[in-house]
Design a protein around this ligand. Structure first.
Ligand code: GAL
Length: 656
């Protein structure tokens, strides 16, 4: 059953109120409390001098009240004394400017000195609390990538990058070949000559840049693994996690996921809406509900990252402080988001934060309590969720969906190294596909290229740019039908044009050659005709030669009538990006063609999904929606008339 929790900072409140806070959390129905992720200097105010007393007492107070504690390693906030002693651990931004102390995440992943301190403090925490009966989970660090901190251009990163390249290529000749350094006379004679790809006169070789992105990702994995390995020596079977920042794709989340016991992510739908690349009119209509599919996409992604196990470690409780604008969610949305998380396979939802703070950077950020300790809106909605939990039978785990969408981190980086069009946005393409399929009533898993493809009926690859012969043959062996978007397999692992031509080894799935690509501005007029529908090309168009069946063609003053959508029994290839109603048409074609079963009863602004035998419908609109449920349906929460921002939970037959 769904479990709930909160993020608490005992160090920010007088000790005299900790017990009341803890008891109130328990009375509310919370089970989990996460603490200490920024507590380093409070625990170790001077190097080697520890002050555990306050944290010991906080853990006791929380535990004795009946809460289970998620203890964090505090490595997202290195203390001032450490910066004074080792200023070289600070990160350096792309302009070569040192990022200073005074906020958080002021460290470079490549600093060997910092790594030593990190494993030291992780060990000290683990020794102290590894066997503490109240600590039932561990979180490492906090949100890798927050505040653009994956890429650092420090001397430490420079040295580590050279060593990484040496391991990857072994000989400088191989690197020169891979990077294409005969172009512009960029040849190197030793690894030590190679610099980081910032502050160059022109753009770097795409391979140089992609290798730097790969290297940076590996540094995060190494940093995380060092802490996991340290904790494991002391914490026994207590599970370890990291709280991922949804939408940061600067490192490979799957690779970090392999080393932890479950994934967790931080869900802030209001900020995600405001910061998204959507049109202002769409954002206006969703201002206080957010993009309906954005949290769901991430739940489905992190369930995969966590190999089936995922939490929301931070759930937005009301207005936050950090987005371009910080609007309030509608009353009811905290409850809706909580049930949405559960429906998508999330086991625990923790709200950030317990009480709104009166000082420092996040004083505009709401909590479950107002700064004067009165309950705020989220508190009331959580109380309702707690009551509703008691009405539900056990749902079990979320089952595999029939549709999978493949998200490949290196392909995201590849797009960045050679964007070709300034508004090319891989994240938007993935989200558009996910949202379109969800609106049609399909459950969708987000998976990596190495995932198990068995039992999927349809696999969508919106833009797997890096050619991958292993992936191509696993796809052709799978029983699923496949959709390949433009740019698929267009570059080798070294960012060369794939052979004989794109889509490289994906030619195993469909016979075509991409002979020309164009990026198009938003004011382009090129259209695609498909099944009586026409829609605009959005930013990417390819000219292809093919022997396959042509499902749709371009309509434009350039190469009019050329193939835009082609297919055989196994695969559909799109030679352009599309969105809006044409994407809907293509998606509807794909689900029908691959016989995907859809949830029935969908209407504008409604989403329906399933976890085990329970079904959930969510109303993201400000009007009541009526959903006709089967005669035999057993309704546990809500009713067929779903009020605005409301939820109904039912099973089609008795849950056995
Ligand atoms: C998260 C972060 C938290 C807090 C929160 C505010 O990104 O992990 O520490 O800053 O944002 O919304």
């Amino acid at each position: 059953m769904l479990e709930l929790g909160t993020c608490y900072y005992p160090e920010q409140w007088p000790e005299g109120i900790w017990t009341d806070d803890a008891c109130q959390m328990v009375r509310l129905g919370l089970k989990w409390v996460r603490i200490a992720e920024f507590s380093w200097v409070l625990v170790e105010p001077e190097e080697g001098k520890f002050n555990w007393g306050w944290l010991d007492r906080a853990v006791n107070v929380l535990g004795q009240a009946g809460l289970e504690v998620v203890m964090c390693t505090p490595t997202a906030a290195p203390p001032r004394w450490l910066i004074d002693k080792h200023p070289e651990i600070l990160p350096v931004n792309e302009d070569g400017v040192i990022r200073k102390f005074g906020a958080r995440r002021h460290y470079c992943f490549s600093s060997p000195v910092y790594l030593e301190y990190v494993t030291g403090i992780a060990e000290a925490f683990a020794q102290r609390y590894g066997q503490n009966p109240y600590i039932k989970a561990w979180q490492i660090d906090n949100e890798y990538g927050d505040h653009d901190t994956i890429h650092s251009y420090s001397p430490a990163a420079q040295a580590a990058f050279c060593a990484w390249l040496q391991r990857r290529y072994d000989s400088i000749g191989k690197l020169n070949e891979a990077w294409g350094t005969c172009f512009w006379g960029m040849q190197y004679s030793t690894f030590s000559q190679i610099e980081l790809p910032n502050n160059l006169v022109e753009e770097p070789s795409p391979t140089h840049l992609l290798d730097y992105y790969r290297f940076s990702s590996d540094q995060v994995v190494k940093f995380n693994r060092a802490q996991v390995d340290t904790l494991r020596k002391y914490v026994g079977t207590t599970p370890v996690t990291h709280n991922f920042m949804g939408h940061n794709t600067d490192y490979d989340h799957y690779a970090v996921g392999v080393d932890i016991d479950f994934a967790s992510w931080d869900s802030y739908p209001m900020g995600a809406l405001v910061n998204s690349p959507k049109e202002d009119t769409e954002k206006a209509s969703l201002l206080r509900v957010g993009l309906p599919d954005q949290p769901a996409f991430n739940h489905d992604l992190y369930r995969h990252v966590g190999q089936g196990k995922a939490w929301v470690m931070e759930q937005q409780p009301g207005p936050v402080n950090w987005a371009m604008h910080n609007q309030s969610p509608q009353d009811g949305m905290i409850r809706l988001w909580t049930w949405l998380a559960y429906a998508h396979g999330i086991d625990v939802v923790c709200y950030f934060r317990w009480r709104q703070l009166k000082f420092a950077q996040e004083q505009f950020h709401t909590g479950l309590l107002l700064p004067n300790s009165e309950p705020d809106q989220a508190f009331l909605e959580i109380a309702q969720v707690v009551k509703e939990c008691k009405l539900l039978p056990e749902a079990g785990e979320r089952q595999k969906a029939q549709v999978a969408l493949v998200l490949d981190y290196p392909s995201r980086w590849a797009a960045h190294t050679l964007p070709q069009g300034s508004d090319y946005c891989s994240a938007k393409a993935a989200m558009d596909w996910y949202a379109t399929l969800s609106r049609l009533g399909a459950d969708v898993d987000i998976i990596g290229p190495h995932a198990d493809f068995s039992n999927y009926k349809l696999i969508i690859l919106p833009d797997i740019i890096i050619d991958n012969p292993g992936l191509a043959s696993r796809l052709s062996e799978a029983t699923a039908k496949v959709f390949l978007g433009p740019r698929s397999g267009s570059k080798t692992e070294h960012m060369h044009v794939s052979e004989p031509l794109p889509p490289g080894s994906f030619k195993e799935l469909i016979d075509l050659d991409v002979v020309r690509v164009e990026s198009l501005p938003p004011y382009n007029q090129d259209q695609i005709f498909f099944e009586g529908k026409q829609g605009k090309v959005t930013n990417w168009r390819e000219s292809i030669k093919t022997s396959e069946e042509i499902l749709g063609h371009f309509k434009s003053d350039y190469r009019d009538g050329h193939p835009a959508l082609v297919a055989n029994q196994k695969c559909v290839y799109a030679a352009a990006h599309v969105d809006g109603s044409l994407l809907e048409k293509v998606a509807a074609h794909l689900v029908k063609w691959s016989e995907v079963e859809l949830h029935e009863g969908l209407q504008e602004g409604l989403r329906i999904t399933r976890r085990g035998q329970l079904k959930f419908a969510f109303n993201f609109t400000n009007e009541t929606k009526c959903l006709k449920l089967p005669e035999a349906a057993i309704i546990y929460v809500g009713a067929e008339q779903i009020p605005s921002f409301g939820v109904v939970i039912w099973s089609d037959s008795p849950v056995g």
